[in-house]
Design a protein around this ligand. Structure first.
Ligand code: UGA
Length: 437
């Protein structure tokens, strides 16, 4: 078993660290935030992720999983150091590598023996060459450092399962020794390993995320066309899904993709291509379609209503998808901004996203409008003139259609997730708009 240090305890770093401990490695997770470290030591996860806290508690107890702000202590004797810090988007679309650079300098100052540094964060192609050079430039001891790429494919909400049962592990190295060491780290997982050169590994990550984003934008584009020609996107997707070359997943049309990955990674690859003088036309289109898709329902509603001023608007779902409390690039956010500009009084419900939403939209009067957060769907719908659905949470899915009729002043529903049966909504005399049907 290996002595592993993990830099960063966000979705990528923490889940990786916990899962490495779960399969038997000796793991220290490093974070700059003392409070967060204390929280994790007590077995509390700073992120909402199914199954994570159980594994933290279990592995904290074995002593195989530790947390610290003392990076020197964590890095000095590590066999392998994983970097899982964020690479957020810069205003120009490029990835911000400043967190990675900080970790690199700390590694260079701290390591006391040969070690492999593995970048898990999503970084533009070629970054790992620079990471390696940067660490070597700042090394203070005579040790051998090599950098490998090991992109992460977990999705939020299913992070632990995605890690322990990943479809494959991608290892990008420039030497056989580094490849062998990473194979040993992953051996206990018993998963297929694809070993490639470092730049190919970096590209695999972007190619996967952007392909999935493209698939969603494609379905959204086809959905919009379905509305115009009188076809139903749900039936179309079903018909497509039987073709194994297309596959059955990620065919759901909706309110557009959000989250911390697809929006950022599509823009980053577009930016990277441009640096090389290449226009990545497919991804450019994917980004454009997604931007338009996010406000499509709002535009439809706007053309239906004289005004939103002082109208009670129910918002069901705030997070960018179900199963997470993350609101980054959530379509709800764009729509709430527009509704507030129009003077709406929003009553928003989300089973887990409210605390984070309050940071972006503090409760009360905001500009021309107001936003209030409620703890039940019923409170949101009561006497509302219009309802928007932005997230496919189970309790929203399970809401009987009649509730819209019974609770709302006007039973007018704009559903960005196609959660309800069109015929059923018609029967209940609900004016219902969804995507692509
Ligand atoms: C995504 C990828 O799925 C992961 O494989 C990847 O590791 C991760 O990004 C990352 O790079 O870290 P995530 O952003 O957590 O994971 O969530 P997804 O489940 O992929 O959903 C992304 C967005 O696409 C959501 O807004 C979701 O609602 C939307 N989506 C997804 C659709 O609109 N239709 C679909 O059919 C599927």
């Amino acid at each position: 078993m290996k002595k592993i240090a993990v830099a960063g305890t966000g979705y990528v770093g923490l889940v990786a660290g916990v899962c490495f401990a779960e399969v038997g490695h000796d793991v220290t997770c490093v974070d700059v935030d003392e409070k967060k470290v204390k929280l994790m030591e007590s077995g509390t996860s700073p992120i909402y992720e199914e199954g994570l806290e159980e594994l933290m508690k279990k592995n904290n107890a074995t002593g195989r999983l530790r947390y610290t702000t003392d990076y020197r202590a964590a890095y000095c004797q590590a066999d392998v150091i994983f970097i899982g810090v964020g690479t957020p988007e810069l205003p120009n679309g490029d990835a911000n590598l400043s967190y990675i650079a900080t970790v690199c300098r700390q590694i260079a100052e701290s390591v006391e023996k040969d070690c492999l540094v593995v970048v898990k964060s999503t970084v533009p192609i070629g970054t790992n060459d620079k990471v390696e050079q940067f660490i070597r430039d700042f090394l203070v001891r005579d040790v051998k450092i090599e950098v490998a790429s090991n992109p992460e494919f977990l999705a939020q909400g299913t992070a632990v399962r995605d890690t322990l049962h990943a479809a494959r592990i991608i290892i990008g190295t420039q030497s056989k020794e580094a490849e062998q060491l990473l194979r040993e780290v992953y051996e206990p997982f018993g998963l297929p390993i694809v070993a490639v050169k470092r730049r190919s590994a970096e590209m695999i990550k972007y190619a996967c995320n952007d392909f999935l984003a493209l698939k969603i934008s494609y379905m959204n584009d086809i959905a919009n066309l379905c509305e115009l020609v009188g076809a139903d996107i749900e039936d179309v997707a079903k018909g497509m899904s039987y073709d194994e070359r297309i596959g059955s997943r990620f065919l759901n049309a909706g309110i557009g993709f959000g989250g911390s990955c697809f929006p950022k990674d599509t823009k980053a690859l577009k930016y990277l291509a441009k640096q090389y003088g290449y226009e990545l036309r497919t991804i450019e289109a994917c980004v454009e379609v997604n931007t338009r898709q996010k406000t499509r329902l709002f535009e439809k509603a706007k053309s239906r209503m004289i005004t939103f001023q002082d109208l009670k608007v129910a918002v069901l779902g705030l997070t960018f998808k179900a199963g997470t409390d993350d609101l980054r690039e959530a379509p709800s956010s764009e729509n709430i901004k527009l509704l507030l500009e129009q003077g709406a009084h929003i009553y928003a419900y989300d089973p887990v996203g409210v605390p984070r939403a309050k940071l972006e939209f503090p409760e009360g009067k905001l500009g021309r409008g107001e936003i209030h957060y409620v703890t039940t769907i019923e409170e949101a719908l009561k006497e509302a003139a219009i309802c928007f659905i932005f997230t496919e949470w189970q309790d929203i899915k399970e809401l009987p259609a009649a509730e819209f009729k019974n609770k709302m002043r006007i039973p007018l529903v704009y559903d960005g997730r196609n959660l309800y049966d069109i015929e059923k909504m018609k029967e209940e005399e609900i004016e219902y708009y969804s995507i692509g049907r």
